[in-house]
Design a protein. Structure first.
Length: 322
């Protein structure tokens, strides 16, 4: 009877959590794109800041809770695993739904920034821990990235002409005010946060029944669970042909995971970094990030073949952990 009740609670958490994630993702993309038009910036900028940081909120909550209860492997696994999920799973699903066309300027600038942030995060972890000073360095990097995105490169082009036309059409049809979009975005983010919390609780409870380690839980179950808002938001954005929001959400979320979540958590308490992360998982993350930047730069687009290879790589990587 007890196992039946536990199973029912896990099922409820997973189903309700996924429902909230889908609703939140739908309205977040819709109103974020409209807000971008009202503010006079591209959907890419909104995707890399408001949408990306908002959908990364679950990772921040989970990481803070883990570090306060001395589960350092969950913190590191959540950050690294979440970024691997974003690049290889979230982005691949978006590409498989609708190929993403990006400009070389965008990849050289924003893609290069993500690669640099990954190298910085790796370098700070090489001594086996992230301390208070490391946290300050990471947050300074995040502040610089946000300032550059909004003030230096507000008109970065990432959407092809047909997508920009669709965005303008939505803005005209909606006729809604700035405040209304902000309220909808806040509500959507709240739905994503609650949905992610329920989904992660159910997923972690289910994984514990399988008897796997904290590091593996952090890299897989927790990483996928807390990345669920990114998965839903990016796939919905791809379905709506808003590739700027889709790829901006992924890259911006990775920046916030490493620089923001890593920085904030390190300020709260030093994070011990297990050698396993340095030997295998960091290499996987860096290789995947560089692959996306290079393919997009030389091919000018991320097509379904690339998406299939990335998805296969994620499945193989996850299988190797178990």
């Amino acid at each position: 009877m007890e196992s039946l009740t536990l199973g029912l609670m896990i099922a409820i958490n997973l189903v309700v959590g996924l429902g909230l994630l889908f609703l939140g993702g739908h309205y977040l993309v819709q109103h974020a794109v409209m807000l971008a038009g009202k503010l006079g910036v591209t959907p890419l900028v909104i995707g890399m800041t408001i949408v990306a940081f908002g959908t990364s909120a679950p990772e921040l909550v989970v990481s803070l809770g883990a570090i306060l209860t001395s589960h350092d492997d969950i913190v590191t696994g959540n950050i690294i695993g979440g970024n691997i999920v974003n690049i290889l799973l979230v982005l691949s699903l978006s590409i498989l739904i609708f190929p993403i066309t990006v400009s070389r300027t965008f990849l050289r600038r924003e893609g290069g920034s993500v690669v640099a942030a990954t190298l910085l995060f790796m370098a700070l972890c090489l001594d086996g821990a992230l301390g208070f000073l490391d946290g300050l360095i990471l947050l300074a990097g995040l502040g610089s990235f946000i300032a550059a995105t909004f003030f230096l490169f507000p008109d970065t082009e990432a959407d092809p002409p047909q997508e920009r036309g669709a965005t303008r059409h939505e803005e005209v049809v909606s006729g809604s005010g700035l405040f209304r979009h902000i309220v909808w975005i806040i509500g959507a983010l709240a739905a994503l946060a609650l949905g992610s919390h329920l989904f992660v609780d159910g997923a972690v409870a289910l994984s514990r029944l399988l008897g796997v380690s904290e590091a593996v839980i952090g890299l897989t179950v927790v990483a996928v669970g807390t990345a669920a808002p990114e998965i839903v938001t990016a796939t919905i954005a791809a379905w709506r042909r808003q590739s700027g929001v889709a790829i901006g959400n992924v890259l911006g979320s990775n920046m916030f995971n490493m620089l923001g979540i890593g920085g904030i958590t390190a300020l709260v308490s030093p994070i011990a970094v297990h050698p396993h992360f340095l030997e295998i998982d960091f290499a996987m993350l860096l290789a995947a990030t560089i692959l996306v930047v290079l393919v997009g730069h030389f091919c000018r687009s991320l097509g379904r073949v690339t998406g299939g290879v990335m998805l296969a790589a994620y499945v193989g990587y996850t299988a190797s952990l178990f």
